[in-house]
Structure formats: C-alpha cells, structure tokens
Design a protein around this ligand. Structure first.
Ligand code: URA
Length: 241
C-alpha cells in the first residue's frame, strides 16, 4: 500500500485476502465484502480502514477495538486458544462474547501453574512485553515439596545451571503464606524456568502461581476470573523499558 494515499477497496481486498484482482473484483461485485459490517459496493472507492470481511470472515482487523484482559489462571488449563487433544484451555475461561476477538496469551504459563496471565488481540503489545530484549519482571510464589533450607537459597543466589548456562533469579524471599513458601522474581521467560531453577538448586516445586508482571498485580481477582485492564494499566505496560 502506498503511504499518504488511501488504497482503493479493491486493492485492500487483494492485499488482505491474497485473491487475484479478478476474483477480488467479483467478490465485491457479488456483495461478499463488508467494511464495518456494511456491504461494500464500489471497488474503486477509498478504503479508509475499518474491519474488512470477505464472506463473513475478517481479513483485515482494521480499527477493531483492542482488548486487554487479565486472567487469574487456575491450574489445569493449557495456555493456548485451542488444543488438539481436547484439553481445557484458557479460552474456556474467557467470557463467550469476547472469544471471537482473536485473543492470544501474552507469554505462557505451564498447565499446572496458576496466576496472572494477560490475553490480548494486540500483537505489538505482546511483542513489547515478551521480546527477550525488554522482558518484564515476573514474580512467582512457589510451594515446595519440602521446607526450603538455606542451601536452596544459597544455591539460587549463587546461580544454578540450566541448559548449560548459569542463571539466578533477580530476587528471592521467604513468604509467610500457609500455601507458598518462597517468592521468586525473574526477568526471562524460558520454558519452566522457575521449576527448573528450583530443581537445579535441589528442591521440587509442587505449586506455582504468578503474582505480578511488571507493575501489574494479580490483586484479589478470584481464580478463574477475568477482568479488563484499564487504559492506564495498558499504557503503563507499553512504556516499560
Ligand atoms: N516458570 C515455570 O516453571 N512455570 C511457569 O509456568 C512459569 C515460569
């Protein structure tokens, strides 16, 4: 598309659908193309944005509203939007009216990990939060199979080996919560990072919950519940270094 000049509807349909010019033209002529749910008539009209659909299917999200959700994920749900083995996914916890918005999880939690998980349909937002260059701090609370002795803390503070590299949490601390004994803050988001840090330090995690991501706290949101982020919260996450 040219910058500074609106594309025609015909070009927008060709770009978004990959159809040939002839087929895109025919689709518009046959009334199969809508812009913001209004049937488009004229292939040569200017396309000024808006949700472009071909035969009911969104081919260009246009100015569709962005959605940002915070879920308190319970254990036992996959962090995907569909699962070929039919297991429960975080999409099952999203209110039905929001399920068709093209949401995806921002990063992931293991199936058995609970806590704060963001969902959005804003790819730039996800990129900003998960790119290794500017990954945000995440705080987890861990329950261990046996009370953590000083040797475990000392090993984590020194750093333990994961995938051939020495890694250490940004912070660790003891908790006085009856369910979780240790708080761990990390910046990277490697697969099963917290569980593997503990394993390498000689302890086994039996329950893990993400409590915080950057400035966002899980707060008192009940397990399994979802809430929208406020505009301020979204902006706060966007501007993280
Ligand atoms: N670290 C883990 O081990 N599991 C998670 O789900 C997240 C971080």
């Amino acid at each position: 598309m040219q910058i500074g000049k609106m594309p025609t509807l015909l070009h927008a349909v060709i770009d978004a659908s990959g159809l040939s010019r002839r087929k895109a033209f025919a689709a518009i002529r046959d009334g199969l193309v809508t812009v913001d749910r209004v049937t488009a008539q004229d292939p040569s009209s200017e396309y000024e944005g808006g949700v472009l659909r071909l035969d009911g299917r969104v081919i260009e999200a246009g100015a569709e509203p962005r959605t940002y959700l915070l879920l308190n994920k319970p254990p036992g749900f996959m962090t995907t939007m569909s699962d070929e083995m039919g297991r429960r996914t975080v999409l099952d916890l999203v209110p039905p009216e929001l399920r068709s918005q093209g949401l995806h999880p921002v990063g992931r939690l293991d199936r058995d990990t609970s806590g704060l998980l963001l969902l959005t349909n804003d790819g730039d937002f996800t990129y900003a939060l998960t790119h290794p260059k500017h990954e945000v701090e995440k705080e987890y609370w861990a329950r261990l199979a046996a009370p953590a002795d000083e040797a475990v803390f000392a090993a984590l503070r020194r750093g333990v080996e994961i995938d051939g590299q020495v890694r250490r949490p940004l912070r660790i601390g003891r908790l006085r919560d009856p369910r979780f004994q240790v708080s761990v803050t990390i910046q990277e988001g490697r697969n099963r990072q917290v569980r593997r840090l503990f394993e390498s330090a000689g302890a086994r995690v039996t329950a893990l919950r993400r409590m915080r991501e950057g400035p966002l706290d899980l707060g008192s949101l009940p397990e399994g519940a979802v809430r929208r982020l406020t505009g301020e919260e979204v902006e706060g996450l966007r501007v993280l270094p």
